[in-house]
Structures are given as C-alpha cells and as structure tokens.
Design a protein around this ligand. Structure first.
Ligand code: SF4
Ligand code: SF4
Length: 380
C-alpha cells in the first residue's frame, strides 16, 4: 500500500466525511450511522489502512467487516475537501483482505455463484429471461441493445419488464444478449479485480459481436461497470455508447415519440448513489418525474448531492443484511416524513432494500422504479 502514502498522510481528520451538519443532525456515512463506531467511517478506515501500512495493525476479520460494510455511496469522497482518494484506498485494502482469505463468507457464496452460473443469485442461466414477454429479441440484429443485469433478470423483474415495454412503446429497435453474464460489479465491490476484468471482457466482446453502437441499462451498477470501470480496469475505450434508461427516455420525450398522461400522485425521489454521485445523474430523473402531469415531487431533507444511501450498495443486503436493513429503515422513515405516497428510485438494489424496510413499517409507502412509473403514465 506504499502507493497510498500521500493519501494516508494528507487526511487531516477533519470529519467532513462523517456528518451532514449543514442539513441537520444527520450522519452522512450510512455504515458509521448504524454501527456507531468511527472505524466504520471513511476517517476511521483511513486510520486503519495507515496503521496496516505502518505495521501497527494486522488484517483480521474485524478490519474486513469495516471495509466490506462500506456501501460505496461516495458521500465521504464527495465531501472530502482534501480530495483523499478514498475509493482507491478502500478497494486496495479489500484486495489485500481477499488475498489474506478474509473475504466475508457471503461474498464467497456470491463469487461461487458467479463462477458457476454467471449471476449473483446462483440461478440457472436459462432462467435469466423468464420475465420476457417474447424471446424474439434475444440475439437478434438491432440498433440498440438492452443490457438487463442480474437483479432485474432474477429478482426485480418488473424493472426489466417495464424497460422492455418502454423501449417497445418508443418504437426502438432493440435486442437482448442471449449470453449476458453479470456485469462484474460484485467482483469490483469485493476487491476481486481480475475476475471483474474477465466478466467485463466477456460482455464487451458479446456486445461487439452484435454490431450495436448503443447500449441501454436499467441498472446503474451495470452502467457504471461499462461507462467508468471498464476504462479504469481494462484501460480501453469501449466501442459503444452507454445510456441509462432515463437518458434514453428523456431523449424520446424531447422528440415527442413518447407522450405522458396524468398521474395524480405525491412522490419523493431516492437518488441511487451509483446513478447520482458516481454517474452524476441528479437532475435528469427529477426532470422526467416532473414531466408527468399531476406528479408532485417532494424532496427528503437529504437529497441529490446530499442524499443518504438506501443501505443496499456494494451488496450489503446480501453480505451484512442486518446493517443494510437498519440503514434502509432510516431512509424509509425519512421518506415517510414527506407524506409522499411513493418512493421513486431508479436502481434494482435500492428498490429491493427499500421495499423490505417499507414492508416492515406496515406498507405505508410503496417503492417503485422510475421506469414503472413512466410506463404507467405513457399514453398508449
Ligand atoms: S474529509 Fe477527508 S481529510 Fe477530512 S477526515 Fe475525512 S478523509 Fe480525512
Ligand atoms: S462510501 Fe459511504 S458507506 Fe463507505 S465510508 Fe464513505 S460514506 Fe461511508
């Protein structure tokens, strides 16, 4: 970890990565928020990494729990005015933990599922497309490709179904890979960079073989793997353009191919950390929401650049479900205070984690994906 010396020593321990003191009495770092120990925060983890580097602390299970319960929400990074490269340090420590055999058991299970089935859920690959209204689009020649991702394919199928229907209603000529693998994000999240590389390479080659020059995603994590991580870990410029479904829908609404009818509802928008802080899409989903006549958007105190993670990032819901669920409880409480009828989000992981919390709170709040809300609003 010698490469990180300048980062370790430039942290002045100011604590700007911990709290949202400018909004109210909110903690910014979700894992520090619910665990209560500074060692879960960015400042604490920098101190741990530095101690490991200086030889005063050894890697152990307790260190592993701190690093693998980070949701990669980027709140710390966005507020570190010393620009310490936190994400790079976290990833390097996780790689060391993996080498030392300290990958948490549930991440080991996810990795085994990926090796055998090419999806995180350990489901047979042929079941990946069970949600599809018709298989005629699998592997066909088309202008655009829809990359579905594991969670929308196996768990949040309504997102895949809504996206599919939205593309059809917009009369977009699209296809879906018959040999789609997980995008590799779980390997990146767990510090297994070589395996992430292998999965990305497989998918890029498969997409290249279709000849498309545009790929659309409903999952922000998949989009990030291609738009940002591929450049970083493969050192290549990918040979196609990438879009989140909200970017493509905005294009269609501007062109007038898609028209939206009235939906009288009060909603609040939860920013998925990957779509917002990682990919800088804050305004676009809100513009889409506001373009639906009758929608009233009420913001939670923590929103946009100051948003709070749902707790599902970096597979926390699968790896440390108790931590993920306590974070989601706080987020749903914040949403309930707005008196909105629905939380709208645009990420299958956020939806999954927030739905579990909303169910526990007596289903007073629905959690829907933006694609579903727009599909309901489209004048067919
Ligand atoms: S904001 Fe940056 S400099 Fe301040 S404690 Fe956190 S990591 Fe260190
Ligand atoms: S990325 Fe998010 S969860 Fe991880 S240390 Fe930073 S603020 Fe905390």
């Amino acid at each position: 970890m010698k490469n990180f010396e300048s980062d370790f020593y430039s942290c002045i321990r100011c604590g700007f990565c911990l709290d949202f003191s400018w909004i109210g009495s909110y903690r910014m770092c979700p894992s520090y928020d619910v665990q209560g120990f500074e060692s879960y925060s960015a400042r604490g983890k920098i101190a741990i990494a530095r101690a490991i580097h200086e030889g005063t602390l050894e890697l152990n299970e307790s260190v592993a729990k701190r690093f693998f319960s980070c949701t990669d929400c980027l709140a710390c990074q966005s507020n570190c005015f010393k620009f310490v490269d936190l994400q790079r340090i976290f990833r390097a420590v996780k790689s060391e933990l993996v080498k030392g055999g300290l990958l948490p058991k549930r991440f080991v299970n996810i990795s085994e599922n990926l090796t055998e089935f090419k999806n995180i859920y350990g489901k047979p690959p042929y079941k990946r497309f069970d949600w599809m209204p018709s298989r005629s689009r699998l592997g066909k020649k088309a202008e655009i490709l829809y990359f579905v991702g594991c969670t929308s394919s196996y768990l949040r199928r309504r997102i895949a179904f809504s996206t599919y229907n939205l593309l059809e209603l917009a009369k977009i000529d699209f296809s879906i890979l018959h040999n789609e693998w997980c995008c590799g994000h779980p390997y990146l999240a767990s510090g297994q960079i070589d395996l992430a590389r292998e999965f990305l390479e497989h998918n890029i080659k498969a997409i290249e073989n279709t000849g498309v020059d545009r790929v659309v995603f409903s999952c922000p994590a998949c989009l990030k793997s291609f738009r940002k991580d591929a450049k970083e870990i493969l050192d290549i410029k990918i040979p196609f353009k990438t879009f989140h479904i909200s970017e493509l829908l905005d294009e269609q609404i501007q062109k007038g191919t898609v028209n939206l009818g009235k939906q009288a509802e009060k909603v609040t928008y939860h920013d998925p950390c990957i779509l917002s802080r990682h990919l800088d899409l804050y305004e676009l989903p809100r513009r889409l929401l506001k373009s639906i006549p009758g929608i009233e958007l009420v913001e939670m105190p923590r929103h946009a650049k100051d948003s709070y993670c749902c707790g599902g990032g970096n597979f926390l819901k699968l790896v440390f479900p108790d931590i993920a669920s306590r974070i989601a409880d706080k987020r749903v409480d914040e949403a309930l205070e707005t008196e909105a009828e629905k939380i709208v989000t645009s990420c299958p992981y956020c939806q999954t984690n927030l739905i579990s919390a909303a169910i526990k709170k007596g289903r007073k709040m629905q959690v829907v994906d933006l694609s579903q809300l727009i599909l309901d609003a489209i004048i067919k």
